[in-house]
Write a protein that binds this ligand. Structure first.
Ligand code: MN
Length: 210
């Protein structure tokens, strides 16, 4: 997988166009405990740019500028988790956002599998390995397998978005999807603020142990 690795931040010269595919890798999924280790980005041109973040070194001004740019759509698969990790560690909530998982859930209603591997296989006939998903992303030196895996998580998202946009239009759900995606930063902010496992829309929003 074509990729370039940077440590600490993106170079200032890089431009990703109007829509940048982004994924992140962390030590786990508990944001209070598990630090953000890697941010992967692609403009959809077949190249991935990987930014390795060392413990406590979250300045990354060029990366944050891109995440904050209102003219650039940030494209994710399962944006909610990546948004929470970036809000917690970089102090930036990326907007505007597109999530291929939400688009898949709203269109591929005949299917219960909305993992990236599954939808890449079905919609683009692309096979990606998930073998490195749970590897040690905090290692000081990432392996070639890890970097190839990390790159593969962003390289196909633009093509996937194009297919899912067609399906959303066909099913008359483009506007519904847009509104849900616009809400994602708020949903992720709730996760970071401590409401991760609470459905604030539920009739019984507070869960107490019996
Ligand atoms: Mn990933």
């Amino acid at each position: 997988m074509p990729h370039t690795l940077y440590v600490g931040d993106l170079p200032s010269s890089l431009s990703f166009g109007p829509c940048v595919a982004i994924d992140t890798e962390s030590m786990g999924l508990n944001w209070d405990r598990d630090r953000l280790c890697l941010v992967q980005l692609s403009s959809g041109d077949g190249n991935a740019h990987l930014v390795q973040l060392k413990p406590g070194a979250y300045d990354a001004p060029n990366l944050k500028k891109l995440l904050r740019d209102p003219a650039v759509t940030k494209l994710f698969h399962f944006a909610r988790a990546d948004l929470a990790a970036m809000a917690r560690y970089l102090g930036v909530m990326p907007e505007p956002v597109y999530c291929t998982k939400i688009a898949s859930i709203l269109t591929r209603t005949f299917c219960v599998r909305h993992g990236l591997k599954d939808i890449l296989k079905e919609l683009l006939s692309v096979d990606v390995s998930k073998e490195q998903q749970t590897s040690d992303w905090g290692a000081p030196t990432l392996t070639t397998d890890q970097m190839n895996y990390a790159a593969s998580d962003v390289l196909y998202l633009h093509r996937l978005k194009a297919r899912l946009d067609e399906m959303l239009a066909r099913e008359g759900r483009t506007e519904l999807a847009r509104q849900i995606m616009n809400f994602l930063p708020t949903r992720a902010a709730l996760d970071v603020a401590g409401w991760r496992d609470v459905d604030v829309f539920s009739h019984k929003p507070v869960q107490r142990p019996d």
